[in-house]
Design a protein around this ligand. Sequence first.
Ligand code: AMP
Ligand code: ZN
Length: 434
Amino acid sequence: MIFWEKDIETLQRSGIHKLQVEKLNQTITIAQNSLYYDKLFKQKGIKPGTIKNIEEITKLPFTTKQDLRDHFPYGFLTVDRRDVVRLHSSSGTTGNPTVIFHTASDLKNWANLVARSLFTAGIRDTDVFQNICGYGLFTGGLGFQYGIERLGCLSIPAGAGNSLRQIKLMQDYGTTAAHAIPSYLNRLYDVFKELNLDPKRDTQLHTFVIGAEPHTEEQRRRIEEMFGVKAYNSFGLSEMNGPGVAFECTFQNGLHIWEDAFIVEIVDPETLEPVPHGEVGELVMTTLDRIAMPLIRYRTRDLTRFLPGDCPCGRTHYRLDRITGRTDDMFIVKGCNIFPMQIEGVLMKIPEAGSNYLITIENINDNDELIIQVEVKREWFSGDLAKLDNLTRLMAHKVRDEVLVKPIIKLVEPGSLPQSEGKAVRVIDKRKIL
Ligand code: AMP
Ligand code: ZN
């Protein structure tokens, strides 16, 4: 099936804004059926029709993750529970999880967005698509599944982990495209090597869709080289359905965010005022198609910016820069603000550095220390870590140039750092544990 919704995907700005205002007022009508928004709108005098032009969205209050948690589980639900057919929820190890409910029409709209996104990244119904991620409450499993089917690919719902089986599936069915979390693909590549297989030679893979966790351009290029594929960045969050929110097109120059389905703002996380177009700030999103649980001006905590210029693909929906991290990812060592992706960016430019690393911040003798364990790349590893002093020094030097704090680099053997099946844990702040 051709999934190029041309009229929508190439709407001019004025057309996008007109559509958004119309859908926003409908969304306000729907949202007032929830306990949460009903009370809030009454307090603030917000009614359907309040918004006359898109700039007036700033009249509406923000919604935060804490609001979702405080009104767990049904405070945001707008419909009778009979009409809800699925929920997805965050793992929530502490406190209430974040839960999102969907009607059947919500799920249909979501599947369409995922199908549109995959098509945008060049995937076609002739592809055999292996979905390598957890099925269940995590949205990457079922979210992609329905989109792949809507597009008409042969889908392989492989689930997460079990690399030997993933490779066998790829070979048995001639997988051409796959979705996975980037940190997992490094592990998968190691298993190919252990089996004396080369994904370039021994599979038919040509496209990966990678997302769900922050990763750098360098990490993407490494994945492309290892597997001989094009890897497209996919961004989503469960509060906005999951995957299918923003996706790279084949030009790989930022992620088109679907503005017929979401209103997208970027604000200063401190002042909450919109930042000038093109500057980095916190992504704020409003759903425009959701029935069971619309969210208005939801603060995602993700940091990004709008990219300037038109995209040669012809799609007019704004492009987001790769997400550099979350407002809550940042940590401070010796007075310097540091994002894990700054460190990843430096490490991945060093050919001898493997793709897996772990940052620990620890107070040693009353000093906060930045300790970075880095796996040595398998191809470069001689079996003797002691011989790598020069490499250790080079890494420390380059990281310090970037983040202004001298780290303690500890090189470790390939494959020795912990691997999670889901999103990678990149930072352990021991100061917070004590
Ligand atoms: P979840 O709702 O548990 O799936 O988590 C969503 C969060 O994962 C987002 O808010 C981002 O912080 C992160 N995320 C998802 N996709 C990407 C991506 N492509 N790049 C960077 N971070 C991402
Ligand atoms: Zn494009």
